[in-house]
Ligand binder design. Structure first.
Ligand SMILES: Cc1cc2nc3c(=O)[nH]c(=O)nc-3n(C[C@H](O)[C@H](O)[C@H](O)COP(=O)(O)OP(=O)(O)OC[C@H]3O[C@@H](n4cnc5c(N)ncnc54)[C@H](O)[C@@H]3O)c2cc1C
Length: 499
């Protein structure tokens, strides 16, 4: 008889675990609190527009990247057009100059040398590092938990030529690296390319390397369509998926996870329980804080998480596709948005994806980091909460009209998503957009998928993969099934969807 897996959450991690579970002969049921797949990897409809809430780039979007095979196995990339942008982002400085972060590293190198010839040495160090990391192949065939000494040796052999660079750029933040430039404009704008505290230079170099290789494109159709493709793959593999099924408790007998209890009181049993839901809720609510060692608890006390965001998205009756798709610029006057002063704004349009807006129209998107506690308090009073959202909508439309005067009077719909929106729809702790923040300290952190004291339970997804992201989420879903197969003495199988 097939052994059974109970999976909590139909985000990318949960869907991936479901697919690989089915490929390996397990009976699988995914319980998802929402009525659709994807979790954070989602989009939503507003008056004929699709507003996207996630994928700006998908690592592994093209053959040649190690992740591509995984997306093929999950049926996520077949027949899907990918857009490889020529520009990652444009950043305008206070004095009117613009840094254009071209995705082609040769072009970016020329542009940087034109902007700051005196910084030739630092610029060449940067572009050489991007080219170098473009050749780095990662080992994704098995999880480190299952490495034999041969695998470890093989891994060391692969990374040896990169060891010094990995260490050096893993320990240097983008902000620190920017200090090497003597040019004031590059010192001002370079750290804004990834405006996150203590963001490792290595993560920036890798991201640009993948873009240079054209293997980190945007999937046309948007994030929900992407998630739906994996949902289809799962259902074709005869997996069971229950929507509007909130798990409240993980059932434990003799320190073994044996199933889940849903909010409606029903209980569902299985041989293994895999949580692909928020890590904090899993640990402290579903398992009532009874399992996991001090190390795991310490993460939740000490490690920084990605701030939640406010996303303002607008549908406008104007074709903006000729404009650069992503631009960040200083505001003439700082504005206070939801209690935080903003001196700059980053705007993107989705003119590169014609499926998201009716012909001749465009979607514009602005995101701001937000303060969870501010919103939590506001959320206690529905009226104040709605007023704040309306105020933000007016503020942002005003700012967009300054930049794009042609949209005046043509803004057809505006949507404001707050940290409470993310919390409500995905259950993520403090509305976090991506789990553990990737910093120079957490970059190489390996988190366990198991909890001390509890058998037959695994945690996957962005709360055991610092830095989050859709590819690590899918990978953790694949790896957990490899681990379970290994435990059961089965050889791990994968398949590709029928053409
Ligand atoms: C604005 C934004 C932009 C991003 N851009 C990118 C990008 O360009 N590239 C990239 O790779 N990544 C990006 N990410 C990050 C990426 O979306 C996430 O890291 C990834 O989707 C996390 O997947 P997950 O399956 O681990 O978790 P989640 O997506 O959080 O899925 C968890 C699932 O569990 C469900 N759930 C929670 N609690 C329960 C419960 N009690 N019972 C049942 N179900 C439950 C939730 O509803 C959800 O469906 C972005 C994220 C955001 C918000």
């Amino acid at each position: 008889m097939e052994k059974s897996l109970v999976i909590i959450g139909a985000g990318i991690a949960g869907l991936a675990a479901g697919c690989y579970g089915r490929m390996n002969g397990y009976s699988t049921t995914i319980f998802e609190l929402h009525d659709k797949p994807g979790g954070l990897c989602t989009s939503w409809q507003r008056r004929g527009y699709t507003f996207d809430g996630c994928l700006h780039w998908l690592v592994g979007s093209a053959p040649g990247n190690d992740f591509y095979r995984i997306w093929q196995e999950l049926g996520a990339v077949q027949g899907r057009k990918m857009v490889d942008h020529e520009e990652f982002v444009r950043i305008e400085g206070a004095a009117g100059k613009t840094l254009i972060v071209y995705t082609d590293i040769d072009r970016l190198e020329r542009h940087l040398l034109e902007l700051a010839p005196a910084d030739r040495k630092t610029i060449l160090e940067f572009s050489r590092a991007v080219r170098r990391f473009a050749r780095l192949s990662m080992r994704l065939d098995k999880p480190s938990e299952l490495y034999t000494w041969r695998d470890t040796l093989d891994m060391l052999r692969r990374v040896r030529p990169y060891a010094y660079s990995l260490w050096k750029y893993g320990k240097t933040s983008v902000q620190e690296f920017a200090q090497k430039f003597t040019d004031p404009f590059l010192r001002e704008t370079f750290p804004l390319v990834f405006e996150l505290p203590d963001f490792p230079m290595l993560a920036m170099l890798m991201t640009l390397a993948w873009m240079h290789e054209k293997s980190s494109g945007y999937p046309v159709g948007g994030s929900l369509e992407f998630s739906r493709a994996i949902e289809r793959r799962y259902l074709t593999l005869a997996g069971e998926l229950r929507y509007r099924a909130r798990v409240e408790k993980i059932l434990v007998e003799d320190h073994r996870a044996v199933g889940v209890r849903l909010a409606d009181g029903s209980e569902h049993r299985g041989d293994f329980v895999i949580s692909a839901a928020d890590g904090h809720a899993t640990l402290f609510q579903m398992l009532q804080g009874k399992y996991g060692d001090e190390k795991v608890r310490g993460y939740y006390r000490k490690l920084p998480i990605f701030d939640p965001i406010i996303q303002v998205t607008a549908g406008v009756g104007v074709d903006l596709s000729a404009a650069p798709h992503a631009v960040m610029y200083p505001l003439p006057e700082p504005v206070t948005i939801a209690g935080r002063e903003q001196k700059r704004i980053g705007v993107m349009h989705y003119g590169f994806d014609p499926t998201l807006a009716p012909p001749g129209k465009s979607v514009l998107k602005v995101m701001f980091p937000a303060d969870y506690d501010y919103w939590k308090k506001l959320g206690e009073n529905r009226e104040l909460y709605e007023d704040e959202k309306e105020k933000i909508s007016d503020q942002v439309v005003g700012l967009l009209e300054q930049r794009f005067p042609q949209i005046r009077g043509k803004v057809e719909v505006v949507d404001v998503a707050t940290p409470l929106t993310y919390e409500r729809y995905t259950g993520n702790w403090r509305g976090s957009m991506e789990g553990w923040m990737i910093t120079t300290r957490s970059l190489f952190l390996q988190m366990k998928k198991t909890l001390a004291g509890l058998e037959n339970f695994y945690q996957i997804g962005q709360w055991v993969q610092p830095g989050g992201g859709v590819p690590p989420a899918a990978l953790s879903g694949r790896e957990v099934i490899q681990i379970i197969c290994h435990r059961e003495g089965k050889s791990f199988q994968t398949s590709l969807p029928a053409a």
